[in-house]
Design a protein around this ligand. Sequence first.
Ligand SMILES: *Cc1c(COP(=O)(O)O)cnc(C)c1O
Length: 476
Amino acid sequence: MLVSTRNPNLEPVPYEKALIDGMAPDRALYVPTDLTPVTHDELEWLGKQHYANQFAFIQSHLVGNETFSLGQFFEIAEESYGEQNFPYAVDGIVTPVRPVFDWLSVQDLSGGPTAAFKDMALQPVAREMDIVLGRQDRSLTLLGATSGDTGSAAEAAVQASRRLQIFMLSPRIGMSAFQKAQMGVLTGENVSNLSVKGNFDDCQDIVKDIMKDPEFSDLGAVNSINFGRIAAQVTYYFSGYLQMIEQRGMEIGMPIDVSVPSGNFGNALAAHYARRMGLPIRKIIVASNENKILARLVNKGVYQQTGSTPTSSPSMDIDKASNLERLIFELLDNDADRTRSFMEAFESEGRAAFVDHGLKADALKRHGFKGGSSTHAERIKMIGLAYSASGEVVDPHTADAIVVAAKKYSSHVPILVMSTAKPVKFEDTMKEALEAEHIPPREKRFMDIEKRGSGGFVKVPNSVDAVKAIIRASRK
Ligand SMILES: *Cc1c(COP(=O)(O)O)cnc(C)c1O
């Protein structure tokens, strides 16, 4: 069961409600009440299982089996992570771990249909939603805004659904041609791409305005605050840990640290849930780029917006981290009233300090987190270093997490870095870092994608009414 981060009187809700509703009432988030720990023997058993089995086991421990049985979770995972979606998986490992330095390995999370780590969560979540909607004999229209990988990953997941339809807003300028094209090629029966004459904030504002309108209260959201997305990310920490200790001749129970290129804090939070379930993760290193809101929070205990600037790791260019609220709730002893007051302070003043809310400034460090940031120059250099050391070509987001890992490495505990994107999406930055012949050629599925995907967009003005009209027309 799940509870609200802001309302102590809300009855706990089953997983399926959190899945379909996304947010809890009052703009609060759903958080799990109790996580069943995984024992040493179970970890050993998990190490011999394929990913789909690991997923079914972990999901059952994390969200229980009220909504889906162990067998259903297994089927969901087989479809989500099967060969058709993850063609490069070998021996049932869909998130392979590879050593880069003798103290660091990377886990490749972007082997999915859109080559984005967002596939790891969105593939199973769309299937889970489909099953729940089927039971209720209804369908659901999703509305979202994207400036990066979420759009195509959500659309690819919805494409496989019979009961979901999606409208995705994206800015006419500011996205890479590659990312746009990845969405363009997915336009079809239940996938609509709307190209808004404006920037990403305009797109998000339109979505928020429409969601507020009672006429559209039946729309669902695809954003990273859905608990289903977080839950679906926990399994790869188990898989990554088990692969890493086997490759390094370590024993089950020996600790590792993880380093996570962070934006909305979903990925790092999943690491924390894995740790709470007993996975031997010692420190979780939260890596930021030039937009340091998270690193600052971990190191100084101050959560403060300063505006975001565009960088060469664009998926981490954030000015707030929506999932953080879930961890704050835990730091504040699961006290929803205190969490609400912290979040409301942040929302009204753009700043909230731990010390003003009964926490120590280093509360996150005491809770097993480290934080740091990198610059563009450091990422470029690290892409080169990683390549010289191991032949591994990492993208700028992964490079960020390696830079920060290097700054925080301590006590000979090896670090596993979450690799969240494929270099192919950031060709310009890669060319800055590596000789052209060292950059892997595009896979066949991405050849000429800019040409194939350039259609597929309906152009709309920067107007709430224009988007409403399109959604209304689709309901006839
Ligand atoms: C979304 C994304 C991130 C940030 O992940 P969060 O879970 O939001 O912290 C990092 N890297 C890439 C490539 C992403 O797409």
